[in-house]
Design a binder for this molecule. Structure first.
Ligand SMILES: NC(=O)c1ccc[n+]([C@@H]2O[C@H](COP(=O)([O-])OP(=O)(O)OC[C@H]3O[C@@H](n4cnc5c(N)ncnc54)[C@H](O)[C@@H]3O)[C@@H](O)[C@H]2O)c1
Length: 286
């Protein structure tokens, strides 16, 4: 296992889901954790975001691993809040070696029906917020001439997805951001890579709109979501991915085991991205 003893990692979206899993796996490998999360919901996400109790649970689980954890409420849409998080993290631990820019939201809506607010919130959190997070952390990494940044994109960072143009556009943007961060920060020995998960079992996709999407019709059920996920994978027996599947890739990219790796977009998707494409709803008459 990668050794992160003596390292400090900032994880955004750490209160639950993949972010909590990443924080715990990094802590298990020895890192102390700055755990940031918005801890409140936003108007256009069609499901509730994490709560303060969720963040406190993450912290309690890190402490059970005998690692230190600093919980901070922060909206990655705010540079001022991110600067406060970085300042608090530096005051507590003296440095930030690893950034896992994982926070994000998902929403659905046909592109010609999306409101400015719906488009804006997804792009402002998933893309602009990821840029702001990197921007806030990077000066301290430049100063110490080293660091590893892992951003969370998605398979929607390189492929379309029906009824989620804003999400797809933002995640494509995250990959561009990652590549340019790798280019511009490489001379300071700071690496930047992306994980691109397929469909992961978290609260982000555990709501009615996702059940309907997976069923292919209104009135979908949690079972449609669970069953439908098998069609997203090439590998046998892989339906909804466990958050830990993504955390293992985050841990590797964050650690010295990947010290020569930068600018990479790594799918963790059960082979989803090599599936031969078929149109699930072809229109014959026009
Ligand atoms: N679940 C999937 O199938 C899937 C697939 C591909 C990529 N992703 C990406 O993985 C990342 C993690 O999502 P998840 O699956 O764990 O879902 P999740 O909803 O469980 O976790 C997302 C976390 O981000 C936090 N967050 C949201 N907006 C924030 C903001 N403005 N500032 C700070 N924190 C904020 C939430 O409170 C929550 O704790 C996201 O970037 C998401 O786009 C998810």
């Amino acid at each position: 296992m990668a050794d992160l003893h003596g390292r400090v990692a900032l994880v955004t979206g750490a209160a639950r889901g993949q972010g909590r899993s990443h924080a715990l796996m990094l802590a298990e490998a020895g890192a102390d954790i700055i755990a940031a999360d918005i801890c409140t919901s936003v108007p256009t996400a069609p499901y509730p975001l994490a709560t303060r109790e969720d963040l406190d649970t993450t912290v309690a689980e890190i402490e059970k691993l005998d690692r230190r954890a600093l919980p901070l409420e922060c909206d990655i849409r705010s540079s001022a809040q991110l600067d406060t998080v970085v300042a608090a993290g530096l005051a507590e631990f003296g440095k930030i070696d690893i950034l896992v820019a994982n926070a994000g939201i998902w929403a659905l809506g046909r592109l010609w029906e999306l409101t400015d607010e719906q488009w804006g919130e997804v792009v402002d959190i998933n893309l602009n917020g990821t840029w702001r997070t990197i921007k806030a952390v990077v000066p301290s990494m430049i100063e110490k001439r080293g660091g590893s940044i892992v951003v969370t994109a998605s398979v929607n960072g390189f492929e379309a997805g029906g009824g989620m143009t804003h999400y797809v556009a933002a995640k494509h943007g995250v990959l561009g951001l990652m590549k340019n961060a790798a280019l511009e920060l490489g001379p300071y020995n700071i690496r930047c890579n992306a994980v691109c998960p397929g469909i992961v079992d978290t609260k982000m996709n555990d709501w009615q709109g996702c059940y309907d999407m997976m069923a292919g019709h209104p009135g979908g059920t949690p079972e449609d979501r669970r069953e439908g996920a098998y069609s997203w994978s090439v590998l046998a027996g892989r339906g909804l991915l466990r958050p830990s599947a993504v955390s293992k890739a985050v841990l590797w990219l964050a650690s010295d085991d990947a010290s020569d790796v930068t600018g990479v977009a790594l799918p963790i998707d059960g082979g989803h991205s090599i599936l031969p494409g078929v149109n699930p709803a072809p229109v014959r008459d026009f």
